[in-house]
Design a binder for this molecule. Structure first.
Ligand SMILES: Nc1ncnc2c1ncn2[C@@H]1O[C@H](COP(=O)(O)OP(=O)(O)OP(=O)(O)O)[C@@H](O)[C@H]1O
Ligand SMILES: [Mg+2]
Length: 247
């Protein structure tokens, strides 16, 4: 590859990176996140791992703008997001499926997905068929109230709602928590398709190690609010697992 092409490719690559630099966050007097550097390659699936209470959700909330940071910088596509509201970050293509799903229980399945469409620049109101193709169970239940779905179906609904935004980056916080194994498999297949075939950048907080190893291309480990390890998933050794993840 010639030097000019190399520079061009490097530019495109750099421009789509999601990055956090030296992030610090406090809840009142409690210092929760400490100098976190976080770098997500475009088109990768980065799994954020760590024991309970180490700051995984806090970090995701900071990235999407639901939590204020005390210092540091968050950027995407070379543009700083730090001062933008959560809604503005959505318009930059960052979608979030929060821990516990938080679907609207009284709205129908279809209406829940339409709330995602409301934030989409294409201003569509009809749910795109590809979302139902991804989660056929949602099409068969589109008139049912969200709150009447099983936990696994609600998780699929929350993912479909986030995908209705046509995001460039999808952030999921523990999407397999409390969900039956066959739906965990289905969700894993969808996430894999999203980043391998559709080149969507995925960041996923996950406690199930086997699941993370199956779908992840990279990992980041937090321990007491600090990043203690990261790298390609192939480098997640048993030694690292027993040091930072085994309970
Ligand atoms: N709103 C809040 N106010 C004060 N402290 C909080 C708040 N939310 C979280 N914390 C504290 O911040 C720390 C990190 O919590 P966080 O929820 O980010 O951890 P986590 O790694 O996502 O945990 P889990 O695996 O249980 O989901 C914990 O000590 C928690 O008690
Ligand atoms: Mg959490």
């Amino acid at each position: 590859m010639c030097k000019r092409t190399q520079t061009y490719v490097a530019c495109i690559w750099e421009s789509k990176v999601l990055q956090a630099r030296k992030l610090n966050q406090h809840y009142g007097d409690s210092h929760i996140l400490w100098d976190i550097d976080f770098h997500v390659e475009p088109g990768s699936c980065t799994c954020v791992l760590g024991r309970n209470g180490v700051g995984k959700t806090t970090l995701m909330d900071c990235i999407v703008g639901l939590n204020a940071i005390s210092s540091g910088d968050i950027s995407y596509s070379g543009e700083t997001l730090t001062k933008l509201s959560a809604a503005q970050r959505v318009r930059h293509g960052i979608a979030y499926v929060p821990q516990g799903r938080q679907i609207f229980p009284l709205l129908s399945v279809e209406e829940n997905i339409q709330t995602g469409l409301l934030m989409n620049a294409k201003s569509r109101t009809v749910v795109p068929q590809h979302l139902y193709d991804m989660f056929p169970v949602l099409e068969s239940m589109k008139s049912r109230r969200g709150g009447d779905l099983s936990g696994g179906q609600q998780q699929q609904l929350a993912i479909a709602r986030a995908l209705a935004l046509d995001p460039k980056v999808l952030i999921l916080d523990e999407p397999t928590e409390g969900i039956q194994p066959n739906i965990v498999e289905e969700i894993g297949d969808v996430i894999r398709t999203l980043h391998t075939e559709h080149k969507l950048t995925v960041v996923i907080v996950e406690q199930k190690l086997a699941f993370a190893r199956r779908i992840g291309t990279h990992f980041v480990i937090l321990e007491r609010g600090r990043k203690v390890a990261d790298g390609p998933m192939s480098e997640l050794s048993d030694e690292i697992v027993s040091k930072y993840l085994t309970v």
